[in-house]
Design a protein around this ligand. Structure first.
Ligand code: GAF
Length: 379
């Protein structure tokens, strides 16, 4: 839908013109999975798929939310009544952002927001982070909030999901949506929140990156993610360290010997080796050796499947099929328990690999992608 049609859609819902429109992307994580809440390294990039919000302020204390992609019409909430646990369904995410901004002392009142999105919902591609970030950016810019960096905006969105929605996620997805730039992967060292934009130009090297959405749905709020996070924190505590990030790669064996049970050893081995893989990928990209990241991605999948145990049969099937058909590397991306895999291929092998994946998993939804822009104002 064009920007003009999107503006008309707002008018059709709310009977007046919007004051502006904003966009925030979903993300793919190239490498660095389940490392963000261990104070470690991640390297996502923004998808060209994004969530848009057309917005106009209100002065009667109402927050009215509408999504072109969701049933149920307009959700109307009183800003003064917003509180954790009081909002249902998709509207929790934008409501959570407004509540969190107000808790942080920002004088933001009611608004009408109309959303649409090209980020596949439930595909593990951060559709909820895109919804949070587009809401935060729109409301803060419209209300003239200054002095809030993009990273701070992402932290507010993460806090809104932790506190209001009740999902104990890390900060990767919101940071990717808020801070990524076109043509780059974002290396984020979560400890200290240090960012580097890393050029990632696949086409220039004759490469393609396929995103393969298995259409198997996952849910972070269902407890599995929280148990993994708690397990990592317990392992770090047992080792007497602030976070698993603090286990040096060359000290891994000694750390594993100090842990009392197999589950904590598996979780620790994944996090420590995965942080190391992010550093390997970063070094390879900086050296212009993009093809060589393939085996590192595949090793990351094996670690998520065998040690962290967050893959599923459909993701394993996509990865194994793609590799057998000639892919350079493949791995699940995102939190796991379904969602999407990424597949790095030579341009000349793209069609054959995609066909093999589709034959193995007919429900798959696949597209080749490149790093798109981070969140921005449209008009
Ligand atoms: C989900 C979470 F939201 C992220 O914070 C991150 O932990 C990811 O799972 C796993 O790397 O997307």
């Amino acid at each position: 839908m064009t920007d003009a049609a999107f503006e008309i859609a707002f008018k059709n819902v709310f009977g007046r013109a919007p004051e502006g429109a904003w966009s925030a992307p979903g993300r793919v994580n190239l490498i660095g999975e389940h490392t963000d809440y261990n104070d470690g390294h991640v390297m996502p990039f923004a998808l060209p798929h994004a969530t848009r919000a057309a917005v106009a302020r209100r002065d009667d204390g109402l927050l009215r939310l509408h999504s072109a992609d969701m049933d149920g019409g307009v959700v109307e909430l009183r800003v003064a009544d917003l509180a954790p646990g009081t909002t249902e369904g998709w509207a929790r995410y934008p409501a959570a952002v407004l509540w969190t901004l107000r808790q942080a002392g920002h004088d933001i009142g009611g608004a009408d927001l109309h959303f649409d999105s090209s980020v596949p919902v439930g595909g593990g591609l951060s559709s909820s982070a895109a919804l949070q970030v587009v809401t935060a950016l729109a409301l803060t810019e419209l209300h003239g909030v200054t002095g809030l960096s993009r990273q701070e905006l992402a932290l507010l969105c993460q806090s809104s999901e932790n506190t209001y929605v009740g999902a104990p996620v890390g900060v990767m997805d919101q940071t990717a949506s808020a801070c990524c730039t076109e043509g780059h992967a974002l290396h984020l060292d979560v400890r200290g929140l240090v960012q580097h934009q890393v050029p990632f130009d696949l086409a220039a090297e004759g490469l393609r990156l396929l995103v393969c959405d298995t259409r198997v749905k996952h849910a972070h709020a269902d407890g599995a993610y929280g148990k993994l996070r708690a397990g990592c924190e317990s392992a770090a505590g047992t080792l007497g360290l602030p976070a698993l990030r603090d286990v040096a790669f060359d000290q891994l064996d000694a750390a594993l010997e100090s842990l009392p049970d197999e589950r904590l050893r598996r979780l620790t081995r994944h996090v420590v080796t995965e942080n190391h893989r992010v550093e390997e990928v970063l070094a390879l990209l900086r050296a212009g050796r993009t093809r060589d990241i393939g085996p590192v991605l595949t090793a990351g999948h094996a670690s998520l499947r065998d040690d962290f145990q967050v893959s599923c049969p459909e993701l394993d099937l996509v990865v194994d099929t793609a590799l057998a058909a000639g892919a350079l590397g493949a791995r699940m991306t995102g939190g796991g328990f379904g969602g999407s895999a990424i597949v790095l291929v030579e341009e000349s092998d793209e069609a054959a690999v995609a066909a093999a994946v589709e034959a193995a998993l007919p429900q798959v939804r696949q597209f080749a992608t490149v790093p798109g822009p981070g969140a921005h104002r449209l008009w």
